[in-house]
Design a protein around this ligand. Structure first.
Ligand SMILES: NC(=O)c1ccc[n+]([C@@H]2O[C@H](COP(=O)([O-])OP(=O)(O)OC[C@H]3O[C@@H](n4cnc5c(N)ncnc54)[C@H](O)[C@@H]3O)[C@@H](O)[C@H]2O)c1
Length: 333
């Protein structure tokens, strides 16, 4: 797709969404962000990008926004995404993520939006029996969070079959890193992702990092995850948007490489030149030993490939952003 597109980005002020907004903005697309700013940050966005500060549940505002002319696509990032919290509040997650996602798709169909991209997740696969995880690996969400994304994936299937809404389900593994130009970075509150937590421990912004279990069946006993740079994820969205010309797609999105918790800690130590205080405690219930994606399908069908293939480079970009923004956005702390 070479012509500029006009897209609505829900959750565009969040971590992954803001990097995608910058990528769209950089190539001259028209972007409107729809975000309640509970987790997102206005400062993460280009100043020229319009922000509709509203809840997805606010049907009047959503309808009015989608009714403002022709949209080439909707990119849907807005979600609650704490797996542990979803085990405490299952119906809240199923309603907020699943239910509101379904209503958004309904609204897109009514407003004749042709393309939809969903931020889906590795959490669809629970504790997989085979690795790496491909698009045909058995789906078995281990949490209401994963289940809520599956609800949206299934709704998209029917929206395409019945209403010809073209969709891309992009199942991210562990998004990490920050924009190379420092325009956006990771600032979740609370932060639950490993790389920013380890960086904060290295910088003395938190006392230590807690390692949940060192008795897993992995080479060093700690869990292995697939870290993919957020700017590589952003490029994958552009590739998927173009690919929708040929029909709907579902892709796993990782780097294809696994790194253990201890490898992440060593990487942060190497890149920062500081030691990371850590404490090993027992396993966290529900944590699979290894989650690594096969991204062969998106590579072969679109030519996408991650540019950040080394963990140290992903860590370096996250560290650079955090050093410049030790209190995150707004410098509120
Ligand atoms: N970060 C990851 O590693 C990862 C991995 C797999 C999937 N995902 C998915 O990718 C998406 C983005 O993740 P992220 O890390 O950028 O999360 P994030 O919390 O930084 O961004 C989500 C954004 O959506 C907004 N939002 C949430 N609920 C909303 C609502 N009801 N109405 C309006 N705005 C709302 C928040 O304010 C925030 O700006 C999420 O859907 C998440 O489930 C993320």
């Amino acid at each position: 797709m070479t012509q500029p597109v006009r897209v609505l980005v829900t959750g565009g002020a969040g971590f992954v969404g803001s990097h995608v907004v910058w990528a769209l903005h950089d190539r001259g697309d028209e972007v409107v962000v729809y975000d309640n700013l509970r987790q997102g940050h206005r400062e993460a966005l280009p100043t020229s990008v319009e922000l509709v500060e509203a809840e997805l549940a606010d049907e009047t505002t959503l309808d009015a926004t989608l009714g403002r002319g022709r949209w080439d696509g909707v990119l849907h990032f807005a979600a609650l995404s704490l797996v542990g919290e979803s085990m405490q509040r299952p119906f809240h997650y199923l309603t907020e993520n699943g239910g509101l996602g379904i209503r958004l798709i309904d609204a897109c169909v009514r407003h004749k939006v042709g393309r939809f991209i969903l931020s889906s997740t590795a959490a669809l696969f629970g504790n997989p029996e085979t690795l790496p995880i491909t698009e045909t690996t058995r789906i078995d969400p281990g949490s209401p969070y994963g289940e809520s994304k599956l609800m949206i994936e299934r709704t998209l299937y029917w929206a395409d079959r019945i209403h010809r809404l073209r969709y891309a389900c992009l199942r991210y593994f562990n998004a990490a890193g920050a924009d190379a130009d420092g325009r956006s970075g990771e600032d979740h509150r609370p932060e639950t992702h490993l790389i920013p937590l380890v960086i904060d421990a290295a910088l003395g912004l938190r006392p230590e990092i807690t390692v949940f279990g060192n008795d897993y069946p992995t080479p060093d006993g700690t869990c292995i995850r697939d870290y993919v740079h957020v700017s590589d994820l952003a490029q994958a969205h552009l590739a998927a948007l173009a690919k929708l010309q040929d029909g709907s797609v579902t892709y796993n999105l990782g780097s294809g490489t696994g790194n253990s918790v201890l490898e992440v800690i060593r990487s942060v130590e190497r890149v920062s030149g500081r030691s990371v205080p850590m404490r090993v405690v027992g396993r966290r219930p529900g944590d699979p030993a290894v989650l690594v994606a096969s991204s062969e399908l998106i590579r072969s069908q679109t030519g996408w490939a991650p540019r950040f293939t080394q963990l140290d480079d992903i860590v370096a970009s996250a560290l650079a952003w955090r050093r410049r923004n030790p209190n995150g956005y707004g410098n509120a702390a």
